[in-house]
Each structure stands twice: as C-alpha cells, then as structure tokens.
Design a protein around this ligand. Structure first.
Ligand SMILES: [Zn+2]
Length: 337
C-alpha cells in the first residue's frame, strides 16, 4: 500500500510506493532487450496488462492503448484522507498511474515513428489528461516518457506514463509562482519574452512553426536539452487537431535530428502541464494560468550521469553549450524520415 508523505524538512511530497519494488527491470536484467514474444505491450498480449482504460482502434487493430500501471505508485480507489502524527502528515496513495502504449510496434522510436503514429500518441495523451482533469480531487498531472536504462525505463516497448496526484510537487509550485511573479511585474508571460528573445538571437532556435517554437534553452541543464513550446496554449487539452499535427511533425523532425547527432540515446521527455484543479497550493495563480503559462515538451537526453553535486544543489553541470547543440541540431538539409 503506497502513501504520500509530506517532507517537513524540504517542504515537498514524497511517494512511498513499495509496489514499485516488484516491477520487472527487463532492460537491466538482460543485455539484450526482451523479445516481442515476451513483451506485455505487444499486440496479442493484451491479456498480460490490467483492463484497458482507453484505446485508439480501427478495423485492423489498436494504434494506442492506455492501461493502469501494474506497478502503480498510487491508485484512484484509495480514499483521499490525511493522517496526522505529530509534525508528520501522510495520505493513502490516492491518485492515478497509467501507462500509454504509444504504438503497437515494439521496435519503433520517435525517430522512426510516422507523423501519424506520433499524432495518435499525442491525441491519446490529450484525451487522458482531459479525462483525469475532470476529477476535482486531482491537481497535478505529470506525463512523461522514459527511454533507455539511463533514463529509468524498465520496458523497451515505446510507452509513456501519466501520474496524477492531489498535490503539486515543490518544483512545479516554484515554477508557477515564478511565472506568476514575472507576469505581475512585466504584464507579459515569460514564455512570450523567451520566444521574442530567441527569435531575435537565433543562435539556439531549432524549428520555428506557426503554433510551436522549439529551441535549446539558454541555460540548458542537460547536453542537447530541447524544448518544444506552444506559442499560445497553456495546456495540451487546448490543442486542436491542427495544433496536434504540427506538434507531431515537430517531435518527429527533432528526434530524427537528435538521432543523427547522438545515435541511439537515453532520454526523458516531459510534458510540462499546468495544475488542472484549484487547491490551497495554487489558488494565488490558478485563474491566471491561461495568461502566464505555455504548454511545452522538455526533452532531456541522458548522455552524462548525474552525481553528488547535481543531487545536492538541484542544479546541473552541462558540458555542451546550448548554442553548439542547437547548431548541430539545426539542419539546412532536412533529414529524411
Ligand atoms: Zn513489445
């Protein structure tokens, strides 16, 4: 039984989730990734996953599936009740933890998936975020994709995870409070100002689309870190079909370029989403979110290992200047997909 504990020392919430200990670490155990014959996410093995929550299907079969995480950190059936013991506070592990199977193709990567396949995956994520947002008890929805052992992935089949919790993380609170302060002081969203600055300098830009702007951040924490930023939507749920198609094309193009420069590489891909329901942590800025936040994807290649300094300071040492990374990733001749 998992629980959410409040860390009084560092003012953050920690998930204690013993169930996670039992998950199979396929990538770690075997030098060779497991065969599709043994993969629980491959077509034909639907009975190896818990019952489906959502799927995109046509007459030939499914394109994406969403299932509860078998080794979930939290569950929606747990009552959301606080227990206080002196200065300590904990909640039963209430929340949602879902797996999105991005494609039926076991060996696909974001560099080899078609725009249509990437669109189906992003569409599925949008639908799940919209559905979970309707549960007023859930506040923060984290969606992420881990790829490769160095990024924490335990299954090689392309998948992503959605973790929805009744509280915000310390990092998210800090990010939104900062964006709120900036908006109050300048009367503009900091994202608008970043796009304006980057468009002027053009040393870190990657792909400049009508609805999305991608670039390597000025102070990137990771080598080849890349961001795909919506020009005017605060949440993935606001993207219409056209915007989702542009996003799918941008993701595909960027991953082809990353693969060209880095070869096969481990990475985390994070969907930076605003809190979806008001609570005591976000009431000061919740109503302003459409003005002060922009939805973005953050791609952090895990080429170098994080060590003591990074853990202690929560800040990074990045050996590759973002201007150099962007120069390598910006391409005059478009790589073929
Ligand atoms: Zn598979």
């Amino acid at each position: 039984m998992s629980e959410l504990r409040y860390d009084l020392l560092h003012d953050e919430y920690i998930l204690i989730a013993p169930e996670r200990l039992h998950r199979p670490l396929s990538l770690q155990r075997a030098a060779e990734p497991p065969e599709p014959a043994l993969c629980p996410f491959c077509p034909g093995h639907e009975d190896l996953t818990p019952p489906e929550i959502y799927a995109l299907r046509d007459s030939k079969g499914w394109h994406t599936r969403v299932v509860p995480n078998r080794y979930k950190a939290v569950q929606i059936e747990t009552p959301f009740e606080a227990h206080r013991e002196g200065v300590n506070e904990r909640w039963g592990g209430f929340g949602a933890h879902e797996i999105v199977i991005n494609t039926p193709r076991h060996d696909a990567t974001l560099a080899t998936m078609s725009e249509e396949e990437i669109f189906d995956w992003l569409y599925t994520v949008r639908e799940r975020v919209a559905d979970l947002s309707r549960d007023q008890r859930l506040v923060q929805i984290d969606c992420f994709k881990n790829h490769g052992l160095a990024a924490g992935a335990s299954q090689p089949h392309p998948h992503s995870q959605i973790l929805a919790l009744p509280v915000m993380s310390k990092a998210q609170k800090a990010q939104f409070r900062h964006a709120h302060r900036y908006w109050r002081e300048h009367g503009r969203s900091l994202y608008e100002d970043i796009i304006e600055q980057e468009s002027r300098e053009r040393t870190r830009t990657l792909i400049e689309g009508e609805r999305f702007f991608s670039y390597c951040p000025y102070a990137s924490s990771f080598a080849f870190e890349s961001v795909i930023l919506s020009r005017n939507c605060a949440n993935i749920t606001e993207l219409n079909e056209e915007a989702l198609r542009e996003l799918a094309a941008t993701v595909g193009q960027l991953f082809v370029r990353l693969h060209r420069e880095l070869g096969p590489f481990a990475y985390n891909l994070l969907f930076i989403l605003p809190p979806v329901n008001r609570n005591f942590e976000n009431e000061e800025f919740f109503d302003e979110l459409p003005r002060l936040h922009r939805f973005y994807l953050r791609i952090t290649p895990r080429i170098y290992t994080l060590a003591g300094y990074e853990l202690m300071s929560q800040s990074a040492i990045n050996p590759v200047a973002p201007e150099l990374a962007a120069g390598r990733l910006r391409s005059d001749d478009e790589p073929s997909r």
